[in-house]
Design a protein around this ligand. Structure first.
Ligand SMILES: *Cc1c(COP(=O)(O)O)cnc(C)c1O
Length: 398
C-alpha cells in the first residue's frame, strides 16, 4: 500500500485522483441558463437588445470606458489595431510570453510584432526592456495582463513617447484593478475574451473598450463589414441603402452569446473572490513545498486570478518541467503551460524572429506550470493537486 501510494502513476502507481481534474472550466449558473433561454424565445438571435445591454454593462464594470462586443478575443485585438490604423511598416511591441493571438493580430495588419522580454517574478512585460525597443517605426504596444495581474501601465507610459499607443490585451484580467483603477481604463484601449476558460464565459466572445468613443465607433463599423452602423437612421429614413466606407469583417457577437456573457458579468466578482480564495490556499499549502513557488502579485493589484502559475526550481530536482507535466497528468491533475514563447513557433521563426533577445522569458518557459484553478473547483480538488505535487516533487528530489 505504502509503496503504491509513493509510486508515480506515470510508473504504474495509483493516481492521486480517480477522475481527471481540468486546469480550468466554465461555471454556468441557473441564472445564466435562463438568460440564454429567454433570448431563444425573443425576436432576435443575433444583433439585438442583448448586445446593447451587454455593452452598457461592460462599460459600468470597466470604469466608464465605451465598449463594443465582438465575436472573440482575437477579433477584438484585430478591431483594436484597425481602429488605431496600424499598417505595414509599423512596429507593435508585444510580450514574448503570451497567447499567439496577441502577435498574430499585429500580423493581420501587415505590421511587425516586436517581442519584449518579461519580468521573471510576474511574467509581465518589462518596461525597462520596452524602452530599448522603441524606434520611429514603433506605433503601439500591447501589454498583456498575464494570469490576471494588470501590467505596469504607468511604468510603460513613462518609457514610451506620447505618440505610441498603449494598448492592453486584457483577455485574462476583466474584473481586476491596479491602484483602484479597473482594467479597461488603464490603457488607451483594452480587449477582452469571453472564451469559456476566461473570467467571463460566452462560449466564444470578445470586446474592445476605450475611453475614446471614436475608437469604439470605428470597431463597431469594422465588426460589421465596414458598414456605417447607423441602422437606426436608415430605419427612420425608410431606406434599404447603406454604405461601406471601408473594408470590414463579420465580427459580430450574437444576442445568445451576449445574454450569457451579460449574466456572467453579474456574478463575475463572486467567481473572482472564489478564485482568490483558492489561490491563497495554494499560496499557503505550497509554502511548505521546497522548489515550487508561485508568481509574485505586485502591491496595489486586485487580480482576476485567471491562472495559478508556479515556477519550479530545477536545481532541486532530477527531472525537468516536461516530466513534471507528464507525471502530474498521470496523477489525473490537469496541469498546463502558459505559454510557449511566441518567437519559438515555426511561423515566427520563419519570419526571422528569435528568442535570443528575450532570455528571461525563454528561461521562465522551461520552469513554468499552471495548476488547476476555476471557481467551481472544490477545496478537496485543490488538496489533491497539492498531494500530487508533493508526491511528484518527492519522487524527483535531487
Ligand atoms: C484567450 C486569449 C486571447 C484570444 O481570445 P479568443 O477569445 O480565444 O480569441 C488573446 N490573448 C490572450 C492573452 C488570451 O489569453
Amino acid at each position: 500500500m505504502l509503496v503504491d501510494a509513493k509510486t508515480l502513476a506515470l510508473f504504474g502507481g495509483t493516481p492521486v485522483r480517480a477522475a481527471f481534474l481540468p486546469y480550468s472550466r466554465q461555471t454556468v449558473s441557473a441564472a445564466d441558463r435562463s438568460a440564454v433561454l429567454r433570448v431563444l424565445d425573443s425576436d432576435f438571435l443575433t444583433t439585438g437588445p442583448e448586445v446593447v445591454s451587454f455593452e452598457e454593462k461592460l462599460q459600468r464594470v470597466t470604469g466608464g470606458a465605451y465598449a463594443a462586443a465582438v465575436s472573440n478575443g482575437t477579433a477584438a485585438l484585430h478591431c483594436m489595431l484597425d481602429a488605431y490604423s496600424i499598417a505595414p511598416g509599423d512596429e507593435v511591441i508585444v510580450p514574448v510570453i503570451t497567447f499567439a493571438a496577441t502577435a498574430n493580430a499585429v500580423r493581420y495588419m501587415g505590421a511587425t510584432p516586436v517581442f519584449a522580454d518579461v519580468e521573471s517574478d510576474t511574467l509581465l512585460i518589462d518596461p525597462a526592456k520596452v524602452e530599448h525597443l522603441v524606434n520611429p517605426s514603433t506605433k503601439a504596444i500591447i501589454a498583456v495582463d498575464f494570469a490576471g495581474q494588470p501590467a505596469d501601465y504607468s511604468g510603460l507610459r513613462s518609457v514610451l513617447p506620447d505618440r505610441v499607443y498603449l494598448l492592453a490585451d486584457a483577455a485574462h484580467s476583466i474584473g481586476a484593478s491596479l491602484d483602484m483603477k479597473p482594467v479597461g481604463t488603464l490603457a488607451d484601449a483594452s480587449t477582452f475574451s469571453f472564451h469559456p476558460v476566461k473570467p467571463v464565459a460566452a462560449g466564444e466572445g470578445g470586446a474592445v473598450v476605450s475611453i475614446d468613443n471614436d475608437v469604439i465607433k470605428s470597431v463597431k463599423t469594422f465588426r460589421n463589414h465596414g458598414i456605417d452602423n447607423d441602422h437606426e437612421a436608415r430605419k427612420s429614413a425608410n431606406t434599404w441603402t447603406y454604405s461601406i466606407s471601408r473594408l470590414g469583417f463579420n465580427y459580430r457577437l450574437s444576442d445568445i452569446h451576449c445574454a450569457l456573457a451579460s449574466s456572467q458579468l453579474d456574478s463575475m466578482e463572486s467567481r473572482r473572490l472564489r478564485r482568490q480564495e483558492l489561490s491563497e490556499m495554494y499560496d499557503s499549502l505550497l509554502s511548505e513545498l521546497t522548489g515550487v513557488s508561485p508568481l509574485v502579485l505586485r502591491h496595489g493589484i486586485v487580480s482576476s486570478h485567471h491562472l495559478y502559475v508556479v515556477k519550479l526550481d530545477l536545481k532541486m530536482f532530477t527531472e525537468g518541467r516536461d516530466m513534471f507535466f507528464s507525471a502530474l497528468r498521470a496523477e489525473n491533475i490537469g496541469v498546463n503551460v502558459h505559454y510557449q514563447p511566441i518567437p519559438a513557433h515555426p511561423y515566427y521563426q520563419n519570419s526571422g524572429d528569435s528568442l535570443t533577445d528575450c532570455p528571461v522569458g525563454a528561461d521562465a518557459y522551461e520552469i513554468i506550470l499552471s495548476l488547476p484553478l476555476w471557481s467551481g473547483m472544490t477545496n478537496t480538488d485543490l488538496e489533491d493537486v497539492v498531494t500530487a505535487l508533493k508526491k511528484v516533487t518527492a519522487a524527483f528530489k535531487r
